[in-house]
Design a protein. Structure first.
Length: 159
């Protein structure tokens, strides 16, 4: 169990978080590549011997799926590139990209919008650095109070 009271524990925790986020994005990339390959296989296996309209509809649906999966692949690759650039080797006093902070008994990690993860038996909400939530809290420090979900909340810890 990582000790979030020590500097080395905080950095180790941030490294675990980043590694898990990268793993999640790599899964998205693999899934998108598999879906693209499947769509291509389906398109190649359709032959013109079926009724013309049915064939054309099938091809069009396959193209739509392929386009959607290609877009998802592109977005996941961009997120991966962004994640890999995040420096988690430093402890920050203020919330910024790569920071972990605590409020409402929940830990947050500023990176990409992945949602909840479980790291070392701790629930961590991975939030996008492009989100309005992050825009409202960036540069805040431990002890500062702001409105969150219609109530006043305090940032308890930032690292």
């Amino acid at each position: 169990m990582i000790d979030l009271k020590s500097s080395t524990g905080k950095i180790a925790f941030k490294n675990l978080l980043k590694t898990e986020c990268i793993s999640q994005i790599n899964k998205r990339i693999s899934n998108a590549k598999a879906a693209i390959a499947q769509a291509q296989d389906n398109a190649n296996s359709n032959d013109k011997s079926t009724a013309g309209d049915k064939y054309e509809i099938s091809r069009a649906m396959g193209q739509i799926d392929s386009n959607m999966n290609t877009k998802q692949l592109f977005e996941a690759e961009q997120e991966l590139a962004f994640l890999e650039k995040i420096d988690v080797s430093q402890i920050s006093d203020a919330i910024k990209i790569g920071s972990v902070f605590e409020m409402s008994e929940i830990l947050f990690f500023v990176a990409i919008g992945l949602g909840p993860l479980k790291i070392e038996d701790k629930k961590v909400m991975v939030v996008s650095s492009k989100s309005p939530f992050y825009e409202n809290i960036k540069t805040m420090q431990a002890g500062q109070v702001f409105e969150f979900m219609d109530k006043m909340d305090e940032i308890k810890m930032v690292f």
